[in-house]
Design a protein around this ligand. Structure first.
Ligand SMILES: *Cc1c(COP(=O)(O)O)cnc(C)c1O
Length: 395
């Protein structure tokens, strides 16, 4: 009855003795290479102009990698600025002893200003009315002012200089940074380059205007801004996806850095069996065997963050360092692969869904492309049900 003991719910589980809980790699898990994370941070920091520092973007649980472990590793490695998307993400980091600046890139309800102050968080100003609302609270608050240079998401319109001046006149806003965001820096078509250059010109016009009067920090680039527009000279650059060693997609970039993927996604084989010609597999009978096929059931599904459309077309995973095709629909907790021709496949074997096995590797970019999305979405949706295993050694 060992299995039953392992999965039983233990009252007050947090203090349950070791051995009463499954090992992190029992079913489906992430392997996080903290050495690779440090390598990427160093590479990016070295690549930036000398007086430009990295802001580590650790929103959405550090793109699924685990915000606390990532922030701690980077903090120990002299990163002093972090960015998150929400108030709760910022509070969580502070409660876990993250030092330095924590910038909230998204909207925070002005009613929560006391939390911003208590946890020493820096808030982005999203528009003129928002600046007014925060100022009205009557408490000195550190903020960065966002300028809309063409994305039309957050920020004060770059052409509305009087609006910008009014915000600088707010006596309770301690404006330490001026910020914008490039919306097409990952694409190198002529039209995209021309649009991005226009955004850059609009941004620097405001930066120069403000810097003539006061000391303020500027930042504009995210990962693709760093790689495709390396000549921009700001005080900070906000790196998210590149820090995790992958890019959003397989598009070419002007600069190619030797980034190391930080994350691997693995699961196990639950059972192996044979099916005969004409028999189908999984929901909707989307796959039918042509001949005799050995199939294996993998212990991860869309509840773990593997998109349901991963199975369409030519998806594969790695088993015993060989490729095994995904067949039939992805289920909530499991999916099925064809292991015909792979020798000695057994229950409990490890399946690599993203990552390396022997000389084979499934890149996160290719996995995302297979799912018709970008790596950012794949990574930040990797489910809470996955365990994290952290490694310091790069392999
Ligand atoms: C998420 C985010 C980033 C990081 O983007 P990457 O492409 O992952 O580097 C930078 N700036 C803002 C405003 C963001 O929301």
């Amino acid at each position: 009855m060992k299995l039953l003991g392992k999965t039983q719910l233990v009252p007050g589980e947090a203090s349950a003795p070791v051995g009463k809980r499954p090992a992190p790699d029992s079913r489906a898990w992430l392997e996080i290479d903290l050495q690779a994370l440090k390598h990427n941070a160093m590479l990016l920091q070295r690549y930036l102009p000398e007086r430009c520092s990295l802001i580590a973007v650790v929103k959405a649980n550090a793109y699924g990698h685990g915000d606390i472990a990532v922030a701690k590793t980077l903090g120990d490695f002299s990163i002093r600025s972090f960015a998150v998307a929400t108030l709760e993400e910022g509070v969580r980091l502070r409660k876990h002893k993250t030092e330095g600046e924590i910038l909230i890139l998204g909207y925070t309800n002005p009613d929560d200003i006391d939390l911003l102050l208590r946890y020493r968080l820096t808030q982005i100003i999203v528009d003129p009315d928002y600046a007014k609302a925060l100022n009205k609270a009557g408490k000195k608050l550190k903020v960065h002012l966002k300028i809309d240079t063409g994305m039309h998401r957050l920020g004060v319109d770059a052409t509305q200089i009087p609006d910008i001046e009014r915000i600088f006149a707010c006596e309770n806003l301690v404006i330490e940074g001026i910020v914008s965001h490039l919306c097409s820096s990952d694409r190198l078509t002529k039209a995209d380059i021309s649009f991005t250059k226009q955004q850059i010109v609009r941004f620097f016009k405001i930066v120069e205007l403000v810097k003539a009067k006061r000391d303020i920090k500027s930042h504009l680039q995210s990962s693709y801004g760093i790689l495709n527009y390396p000549d921009i000279s700001c005080d900070f650059a906000r790196a998210g996806i590149a820090l995790y060693g992958v890019l959003s997609n397989n598009n070419e970039t002007l600069t190619k850095l030797d980034l190391h993927p930080v994350l691997a996604l693995k699961a196990r084989i639950a059972t192996v069996r044979k099916i005969s010609p004409g028999e189908s597999v999984s929901y909707g009978r989307a796959y039918t065997a042509n001949g005799e096929v050995s199939i294996a059931v993998v212990t991860a599904g869309y509840a773990d963050g593997i998109p349901r459309n991963f199975s369409e077309g030519s998806a594969y995973v790695l088993v015993r360092a060989q490729r095994a095709r995904v067949i039939g629909r992805i289920c909530m907790d499991q999916f099925i692969i064809d292991v015909t021709g792979i020798k000695d496949v057994r229950t409990n074997d490890i399946v690599t869904i993203i990552g390396k096995d022997g000389s084979e590797r499934i890149r996160c970019e290719d996995f995302a492309e297979q799912c018709k999305t970008i790596t950012n979405e794949i990574l930040c949706r990797l489910g809470n049900r996955l365990n994290h295993q952290y490694f310091q050694v790069s392999g």
